[in-house]
Ligand binder design. Structure first.
Ligand code: ZN
Length: 329
């Protein structure tokens, strides 16, 4: 999305909240926008891909009918908006808020600002995160790239060099989840994933899957990277060294810093079960950042294609419906 743009050089070109409401005065305007963003070349059947589509004037039972497979559909069909009773403007406004707030938006804030129940707001924000879930499937980076891990949850704080070394042997934080990430210096784009541990068997495939064989890789001195089959240079944080010329991991660490600001300032808690969704949110937003707000919203709508996240699936395995507890306020 931000190919060819120097990261951090741009000033974000935005749509103000006033402009948002001018542009989308009602649900009909929001629905038109969603349809144009999803189908720039005209409506396409989500059931069979046919472009031979009839617009149903009465909108009953749905606004479109496919002439090929004869099924009806709407702009919600086969997206996270499927079976949602929320207005189109609510959906768009939630996308707007989540795309433009760099530290995220809590479910409580969405609940208040959108006038929906807390549970609906929580489900809504997870469905928008689901739209960004392809972030980890980007084309392999050409590099140079920076790779680093961070620890989330438990007593996670900014880890010092000593702690970072301790993980090599004892891991020093069994109660913490591990997230590993890569930032491509050329495009400024990132990928990040929740992983089981910081062992070589885990880190190596992650790095190799996301980088081309010739990509230069910068890491810290963690031994887990030794097996990575890429040209590589390391800075030795344990020796107090953080930058040696071009050898540093400051770029990927700035993603962690934003993620932790969101964790501490916005979400307060991210359950292990849903942690990967928050990771998708922060990487998705990072990668969209250079774009105009309008483009960010359009990309989000396009990324909704084929993704569904029913409430039952989201809370599956949570007997107490931990939904209401997952962000404690
Ligand atoms: Zn069809």
């Amino acid at each position: 999305m931000s190919k060819g743009k120097a990261p951090g050089q741009h000033q974000r070109k935005g749509m103000t909240l006033m402009e948002f409401f001018d542009r989308f005065p009602d649900d009909a305007a929001a629905e038109r926008y969603l349809a144009e963003a999803r189908w720039p070349d005209g409506p396409r059947c989500p059931h069979c891909e046919s472009a031979n589509v009839l617009i149903v004037k009465s909108r009953k039972p749905q606004p479109y009918r496919c002439r090929t497979c004869r099924k009806h559909f709407s702009v919600r069909t086969n997206t996270p908006m499927h079976a949602s009773n929320l207005g189109f403007r609510v959906w768009l406004l939630a996308m707007y808020l989540m795309a433009t707030n760099l530290k995220g938006v809590s479910s409580m804030k969405l609940h208040r600002d959108l006038g929906v129940t807390y549970r609906t707001a929580w489900h809504l924000s997870h469905r928008i995160r689901e739209s960004w879930s392809d972030e980890q499937m980007r084309a392999a980076f050409a590099g140079p790239v920076e790779v680093d891990e961070t620890f989330v949850g438990g007593k996670a704080k900014n880890m010092h060099a000593v702690d970072r070394e301790r993980r090599i042997t004892g891991r020093g934080g069994a109660d913490k989840a591990v997230v590993v990430g890569i930032k491509d210096r050329r495009s400024g784009e990132v990928v990040a994933e929740v992983v089981a541990d910081t062992e070589a068997a885990t880190l190596r495939p992650f790095v190799e899957d996301h980088t081309r064989p010739t990509a230069m890789v910068f890491t810290d001195g963690h031994k887990g990277y030794n097996a990575v089959k890429r040209p590589r240079a390391e800075v030795h944080h344990s020796a107090g060294e953080y930058v040696r010329g071009i050898v540093h991991t400051n770029g990927i660490e700035s993603l962690w810093s934003m993620f932790k600001r969101g964790y501490v300032g916005t979400y307060h808690k991210m359950s292990d079960k849903h942690l990967h969704r928050y990771v998708n949110e922060f990487t998705g937003r990072h990668n969209m950042r250079p774009e105009h707000t309008e483009t960010q919203m359009r990309s989000t709508v396009r990324a909704m294609e084929g993704k569904r996240l029913p409430y039952a699936e989201l809370v599956a395995g949570d007997p107490a419906v931990a939904a209401d507890l997952s962000e404690p306020w």
